[in-house]
Structures are given as C-alpha cells and as structure tokens.
Design a protein around this ligand. Structure first.
Ligand code: GLC
Ligand code: CA
Length: 540
C-alpha cells in the first residue's frame, strides 16, 4: 500500500465495525466477514482510512465477544481465519487498513486455561494464571474482598470442587464468564505477545487494546480504600501496567509499515491518560473525556483544549470519539435534557427529542472532523441511527442489563443491525425473510443506506463530504486556534490561515464572517447566518 500520509494513525479516519451487526451474508441473522467483504465498496466510498473490528474470535458471546475462548480462531458465526486474512488483504488493496481488538484483561470461562484451572486443585500452577482465593467468613462463603464488577454485582464468583462442595472464588472485573488473568504470571505476558504477533503477521495494521488500564492488580488484592492516590487504586491505572505496553510497543516496532497500538483507557484521573501514549507505549488512546461532555460550548471547548494540551505534552496525536458499541448513540444522547454521557446515568424511558438530537449529532460530526488528530466513527453513526430504546426485554443480551437487575438498559440499543435497504426489516442487513439477532425498529426505513444515498442532505452524505473535504483541505500539521469572536454558546476555531470551523451550540442564529465562504454545513445555512445546533466549515 502506498502511503499518502505517514504515519497514518496520526490523523486517520477509523470506522468501527461491530461485526455481528454490520451485514449478514447467509441469513442466520448474524453479521459476518463475508457481509463485510461485500460492503468494502461502501466503506471505500465513505472515505475512511481504516476499520477496527470489535472481537471476531471464537467466543461463547457472553459479553458481545469480549469473552474470548481462542484468540487465534474466528467465531464460526462470523467465518474462518482464512476469510479474515483475505478480508485484511482485500481491504488493504482498497487502501483500508485493519485494526483488530485484543482483550488482555480477561478470557472467556471456556478458554482452555480457565477450564484447566477449574479442573485443578487450589494452589495449582493452572490456577496461578488467574486470581483464585478462598472466601472470607467462617464458611468461606463471603467474597475475598470488596470489589464490585464494572457490570455491577460482585467481582467474584465461587467455584464448585470436584466433590460438589463449594470451593475457591475467582476474580472477574466484568461478567462471571470473564475471569481476570493474573498479569504477574509470565505465561500470560508471553501468550499475549504471541497473540499480537499472530495478528501483525496476518497483516493487521493496528491493535485496539481492550480495558487497557485494568490489567495489573495489587498482588494482595486489598479492599478498595476510601481515599486513593493516583496510581494506587488496587486495579485501575496502576503504574506497573505501563511495563506491559512498553514490551508490546517493542513487538509492534519490529514490524514494517507503522503498526499502531491503540489503548482503550478509561482512567479516573484524565491527567493520567497521556502516560499511556508516552514515547515507547501506545501510539494513541481513545479520548472518552470529550465523548462524555454535554452539549455545551464551554464544556466542549474546555475538553478539546485540555485534550490537546495533554496529548501534545507527550508528543502524541489526539483522538476524537463521539460514540462506540458501549455508549448511547449521539442522536439520542444529544436529544435529551442531560446530554453528557455516564454509564451510571443510563435508564429506560428518558424523554428524547430525536430531531434536535440528530441536528446536534450532525454538528458534532463536523466539530470532531475538524479537530487535529484521528477520528473514530462507530458504524451507524454515519446514518444518524438513534439508540434503539424499545427492544423487547426478551431479546436483550447485554450483561449490563442483567447484572443491574434490569435498571440499566444495557448496550444492546446501540448494537442493532444496520439498515441497508428496503422498507422493512431486515432492511438488507440479511437476505429477505431473515431475522436479525436484534430486531430493527420499523422507523429505520427512512434511515437505510439506500434511502439516504440520493438525498444530498442526508447524514450519510454529510459524513462522506466531511471525510472527503477533511482529506482535501490538508489540515495536517495546522494547529487549532480558538476564534473567540462569536461569543458564548459557540465553539469556533481555525486550522491554518484559511480554514474555520464554527459550531453554534445555542438556539439562536449567529452571523458568519463575510470574509469566509461556507464549504460544508450540518444543516441549511441561509444567507450568512448559522442556525442554532448547527456547525459549518468555512474557507477564507
Ligand atoms: C471494553 C469493551 C466492552 C467490554 C469490556 C469488557 O470496555 O469496549 O464492550 O464489555 O471492555 O471486555
Ligand atoms: Ca451470518
């Protein structure tokens, strides 16, 4: 592949494929590799530089595939390893790089190591690769420490011994089906370096590292202290975790062609995020601070500036993310009274103005598209899909829903299969008559790719133009400078002498400068004024 820009990951547009829900080639209701292959043309036309596949490995899918049974096998519902290799090649020929998702914090309970651990005695070498402990209390029936699962409930489950009696407990920061690995164990380290090589050898251009801040635990597994100094949480963001990524970086650097490591790093203290992208560690890391901001000019610009400062300080490019497979779709989130994102605030039945939300999500796309750094687009955001909020409870699968006893709707609503064509489900996601693994709302008829294709004002065409103009305008290397002349309620910045991005976050229209002409806008700009909840790109 010839390189227009190098290294590519500094300002790439990366499209996240949630493979189960992208396109189903054989009608079993589940998206697959062949479905992606037949839509490479769509991705090419969208103009993206790379795709990131959420886990496509063999897995019981207890947590959407983030419970991996075999990191070197493709899930049979998705296809085969040969197909994955061919897809990486074929995408590469179109100039689209592939990023795979590695889950190092935990494995599936069906992973051979965990099965071996369960079949072995307490204290055995097989159990040492995980965190097995005796319970507390006289009968050992209380969890070994106070840790809760990130999916709610306890972070410990008790095992049953061969004789049927209750045995040791094991740690799982996520679902019961996802036992945490012990990263102090040399096997764990060696195995993951081998897994990374395996995928780099197959042409992966990058690796997204799941739950990257959680791998290292305080060896004595203390209760969570009330006051915690930075780096001293018993499992979040501990200093030693960086040793792991320094060794991975060495592996990545042995490969030609700018292979990238991208960390999924949620840290309680955002000032610690840059530590993960220091020289010799990850190439980049997701920026969830910006993604969590409410629809508010000051909050957004503050987050943008602090992100740029933090990443600049270590010489790493920033990243911009509006959503992913874990969070509420922007069209829905921005249409609510509380427009920020926090897992703890997810509930059923929050009232939402989707039209308002869609205007804002379109404007937000132009904000992130104009910022320095790389841009992540979650599949379906380019169609302006809302969160599917009325999925019948019987189809829900996400452990977040079950572990919250049904209080948290979970993440299924942002994972509904894409609508491609036609006027009723499966909307071309699969062959006629097939039933997608999650039902699609019938209102999505107006949001299919085919429906949006001929409409110049559609969200799909806005995204296509945004990505094209972003490439043509050569914003690279041009720093962001705030333009304060628009007053409160507006996010405005220049990149270089000519390019100006103005986002009107408030309700009332604001005048645009006559020195500039609009080259792209998220909704109709009449004359020289920019309506509320609208963003525009201008050229001097
Ligand atoms: C990450 C993934 C999420 C998954 C979790 C556990 O946060 O994005 O989908 O549930 O890790 O692997
Ligand atoms: Ca299928």
């Amino acid at each position: 592949m010839t390189d227009r820009r190098s290294p590519w990951w500094q300002d790439a547009v990366i499209y996240q494929i949630y493979i189960r829900s992208f396109a189903d080639s054989n009608g079993d209701g589940i998206g697959d590799l062949e479905g992606v292959r037949t839509r490479l043309g769509y991705l090419k036309k969208l103009g993206i530089d790379a795709v990131w596949f959420t886990p496509w490995y063999k897995s019981p899918i207890a947590d959407g595939g983030y419970d991996v049974e075999d990191y070197r096998e493709i899930h049979e519902d998705f296809g085969t390893l040969e197909q994955a290799e061919a897809l990486i090649r074929e995408a590469g020929e179109l100039g689209i790089r592939t990023i795979v998702d590695i889950v190092p914090n935990h494995v599936s309970e069906r992973h051979p190591w965990f099965r071996a651990a369960l079949a072995s005695r307490p204290g055995s070498p097989e159990r040492a690769r995980f965190w097995f402990r005796s319970g507390r209390g006289p009968r050992g029936d209380e969890r070994p420490n106070s840790w809760d699962s990130i999916f709610q409930g306890e972070a410990w489950s008790r095992t049953t011994d061969e004789d049927g009696r209750p045995g040791e407990w094991y740690l799982h920061l996520f679902a019961t089906e996802q036992p945490d690995l012990n990263w102090n164990h040399p096997d764990v380290r060696a195995e993951h370096e081998a897994i990374i090589r395996f995928w780099f050898d197959r042409g992966a251009a990058g690796i997204r590292v799941d739950s990257a801040a959680l791998l290292v635990k305080a060896p004595d597994l203390p209760d969570i202290p009330v006051h915690i100094a930075a780096g001293e949480h018993p499992y979040e963001d501990r200093d030693d975790v960086h040793d792991i990524y320094r060794s991975w970086r060495k592996v990545a650097d042995t490969y030609p062609g700018d292979r990238a490591l991208i960390g999924e790093v949620w840290v309680p203290d955002p000032s610690r995020l840059p530590l993960y992208v220091r020289p010799g560690e990850f190439h980049s890391a997701f920026n969830f601070d910006f993604m969590s901001q409410p629809w508010d000019a000051e909050a957004m610009s503050t987050s943008i500036q602090s992100t740029l400062d933090a990443f600049d300080a270590v010489g790493a490019p920033s990243t911009w993310v509006l959503s992913n497979h874990d969070v509420t779709r922007p069209v829905t989130r921005y249409g609510r009274e509380d427009t920020g994102f926090a897992f703890a605030r997810k509930r059923f039945g929050i009232s939402t103005d989707l039209e308002l939300g869609r205007s804002r999500a379109r404007a937000a796309a132009l904000i992130v598209g104009a910022l320095p750094g790389s841009l992540y687009i979650y599949q379906g955001d380019e169609l302006g899909l809302p969160e599917a909020e009325d999925l019948p409870p019987s189809v829900l699968q996400d452990p977040m829903y079950f572990r919250s006893a049904g209080v948290d709707p979970g993440r299924d609503g942002c994972r509904v299969p894409l609508p491609w064509s036609g006027s009723h489900p499966p909307f071309g996601f699969g062959p006629k008559g097939s039933s997608p693994w999650l039902p699609q709302p019938t209102e999505w008829a107006s949001l299919t790719v085919d429906a949006q294709e001929p409409d110049p004002a559609s969200t799909l065409n806005l995204y296509r133009r945004m990505i094209r103009v972003r490439g043509e305008t050569s914003l690279r290397g041009k720093p962001l400078k705030w333009d304060q002349s628009f007053g409160a309620g507006v996010v405005a910045f220049t990149r270089g002498a000519e390019f100006l991005c103005v986002a009107n976050m408030a309700g009332a229209a604001v005048p645009l400068p006559e020195s500039h002409r609009v080259i792209l806008a998220s909704s109709d700009v009449v004359g020289t004024s920019l309506p509320g909840n609208t963003a525009a790109w201008l050229i001097a």
